[in-house]
Design a protein around this ligand. Structure first.
Ligand SMILES: NC(=O)c1ccc[n+]([C@@H]2O[C@H](COP(=O)([O-])OP(=O)(O)OC[C@H]3O[C@@H](n4cnc5c(N)ncnc54)[C@H](O)[C@@H]3O)[C@@H](O)[C@H]2O)c1
Length: 369
């Protein structure tokens, strides 16, 4: 009997190659049976990409309407990689149809939609995960292990910097990018990973946000720059700096954490390189900075890193062990809520308390005043 989970991909655009790669690398656990995109040529291209890597696998069937696919194939798992604004409707349809769902980030563009997705998963008794794959980067896992072992002592402050370049060509390639209805700005799209990591390490309990965002250069509705101060329940403080405007190309994505007894900086192009590793117990634990730092380490070939494969594996483990995936829908909502609070703070000019109820749609016209 074939015990592999059947899986379907919905949305066959720019990021979908990472999904195909993750299906192929997890081929002993899952089998791609369908690819869906209203643009049939894109769906067929993904089917061919999968078959090229796994010539003996069956041909994943191409659909232009995911609802037909759900009715016909009833896959165990669906991964969603469509425009962000479409995630909630599609995820809820898939959960109601009995599939577990892995959804690209951000899971939704409003707190209400995120709540509706989490409620749908609960009601259906299915798992929901959000693609914050950087949680699975090797340096981030090492950092998390140190964090969980209590090596930082009291956490004082942390910072995430996302200094990237998304030029006019990037926005022209897909007109939904940078719109309030389907995407949001650079904080919601590019910086959401770093904001997720920051809040995860600071205790997952942000209570207040104060922010400034701008649309400096790009021909979009939403922001191409944002900065914020995030207060956590413990009193620890997080600082966020994110931009799509760095001249001339991507510079760095860096997470810095400062505790009473530890300082760690993970940088490189997309939080994949340990730059500082100092702990009071380093000698006792045997991981002094000179042993940990590797000056020859190279960035992965793209900013997406290698995390999708591990995240998809964790998801299958979660189904089989009937536990929550590492980045469950509830956890995936936390970064989203911080970003929406940042937007609200920009709109109102005031600090915003969490939990908050906000949608990107409430930002329409913000930079056209
Ligand atoms: N995890 C990451 O690092 C990462 C990186 C890039 C993008 N993303 C996210 O992935 C998502 C897609 O981004 P992209 O850059 O690949 O976008 P894209 O525009 O390149 O691709 C989106 C695709 O979804 C298709 N689509 C639209 N409606 C559909 C439907 N009802 N059924 C099936 N397909 C449908 C579109 O035709 C298009 O081919 C976004 O949410 C984005 O934020 C995540």
């Amino acid at each position: 009997m074939d015990t592999k989970k059947t899986i379907a991909l919905i949305g066959c655009g720019r990021i979908s190659f990472k999904h195909i790669e993750a299906f192929v690398k997890n081929a002993e656990r899952m089998k791609l049976v369908a690819v869906c995109d209203p643009r049939l040529d894109r769906a067929q291209a993904k089917s061919a990409e999968y078959l090229k890597a796994l010539p003996k696998a069956g041909v994943p069937k191409a659909y232009t309407d995911y609802r037909d696919m759900l009715a016909e194939l009833k896959p165990d798992i669906v991964t969603i990689a469509t425009e962000s604004g479409y995630h909630p409707r599609i995820a809820i349809d898939c959960l109601k149809a009995g599939a577990h769902v892995i959804c690209e980030k951000p899971m939704a563009l409003s707190t209400r939609d995120a709540d509706a997705m989490n409620e749908a998963a609960l009601k259906a008794g299915k798992k929901l995960a959000v693609c914050f794959q950087n949680r699975f980067n090797a340096p981030v896992r090492k950092l998390r292990a140190a964090h969980e072992a209590g090596r930082f002592g009291r956490m004082l402050h942390g910072m995430v910097q996302v200094r990237w370049n998304r030029n006019e060509g990037y926005y022209a390639e897909a007109p939904w990018r940078g719109t309030w209805e389907l995407d949001g700005g650079t904080l919601m799209n590019q910086c959401t990973h770093g904001i997720d990591l920051l809040q995860w390490m600071m205790g997952e309990d942000a209570v207040r946000v104060q922010a400034q965002t701008r649309r400096f250069l790009r021909p979009i509705e939403a922001e191409d720059f944002g900065c914020a101060i995030v207060e956590f329940k413990s009193g620890a403080v997080g600082i966020i700096e994110g931009t799509a405007d760095v001249y001339p190309t991507n510079l760095n994505e860096t997470l810095s954490l400062f505790g009473e007894k530890g300082s760690v900086v993970i940088g490189g192009l997309a939080v994949n390189k340990i730059e500082t590793w100092r702990f009071a117990d380093a000698a006792a634990v045997g991981d002094t900075e000179d042993k940990v730092l590797n000056p020859d380490e190279k960035d992965p070939p793209t900013v997406y890193g290698f995390g999708h494969e591990a995240l998809f594996r964790d998801f299958v483990d979660a189904i089989e062990q009937n536990r929550e995936p590492l980045v469950s829908g509830e956890r995936g909502k936390k970064a989203l809520e911080i970003i929406l609070a940042i937007y609200k703070s920009q709109k109102t000019g005031l600090p915003v308390d969490l939990p908050c109820d906000f949608s990107t749609l409430e930002m329409k016209g913000e930079f056209d005043k």
